[in-house]
Ligand binder design. Sequence first.
Ligand code: NAD
Length: 352
Amino acid sequence: MKDFIYQSNSEKVVFGTGKRMEAAKELGDEFGSRIMIITTKGRMNAGLEIADLLGDKCIGIHANAKQHVPIESVEELLQVLESKKADSLLSLGGGSAIGLAKAAALRIPLPIASIPTTYSGSEMTPVWGITEDGIKTTGKNDIVKPKLVIYDPELTQGMSPYLSLTSGINAMAHAVEALYAEKWDPITALLAEEALRSLYHSLGTIINDPGNMDARSLALYGSWLSGKVLGKVNMALHHKLCHVLGGRGLPHAETHTVILPHVLSYQSNYVPEAMKAMARALGNIGVVEVVPALYAFIKQHNGPASLKELKMNEGDIKPVVDLVLNQKIYNPRPMIKEELESLVWNAYHGVL
Ligand code: NAD
């Protein structure tokens, strides 16, 4: 057994089909009597349903969250919160809705409750991000970590097969990098392996049968665990690379989906224990089968296969690698410039 340090941080999690209907009871008095719902335009109907459940305690629905949290949308929300004298924030949606609530809470420290509708996992982390002038700055602050999270698989039913797959692979990426994190600990590793198992064995069913609530429930359970490990340990090359690509305007979950098999292929010989855990999670396959199985899984379910199809500029390959190398992060395999350039070149062209 390796040495480790484990420290836990708590939040309340309520999980189950239809549990959003208990939002008023779960928020109780802890979130005050002036709750602002933060969401995206597409989740407005769900927002209206929750507003109705909260009754007089809901002071409005702010449906203007956008991907990567542009500073302009933060400033806009801060003005609304000040004028409405909000007591707390309730994010309803994917990482963009949670991200906007977190960015606002950095400036006006209001408690956040969260009802996630994708598998991004952001609701489990103290990580915030704000994009200004095309550059996304991130940081960690416990003040922005939701204190209550209600997971209701019914709310994920609206995700298309494509969004379910890419959001699910985004969640799997958190678990993969937790398995070889610098500050590895055995509890986090167990959660990460279980997250991978749950997501891998539910996403295919969801794509073929989007209304299958057992599969929806298993995937959301997996995404909770993935978010938990994302909030616990620092991520490595995969997340840093996706972060830099996101700053260049590439879509978040799709970019994770294209990059994951390539980064895993880069790391595989340097992380034998993590590869064994992944092999178990993917159905007790051989360790050498993990990367091809993941790649085939994405292709078979019509996921994005190249950065080119995500509209990346080929001329950005070298600058992106330079930006990643400037960040001085921990990675289990030394980050070699030429090797990383060929990794991104392969991902750009969709060749593994
Ligand atoms: P998103 O929140 O931008 O959602 C993508 C689209 O799907 C939006 O148009 C949204 O309205 C729609 N949508 C959401 N739920 C839906 C549902 N159930 N049915 C149908 N459509 C639905 O995307 P995301 O991938 O969830 O989040 C991405 C953002 O989250 C990025 O900005 C990323 O950087 C951030 N993120 C942050 C963390 C963190 O810990 N801070 C972790 C993961 C992701």
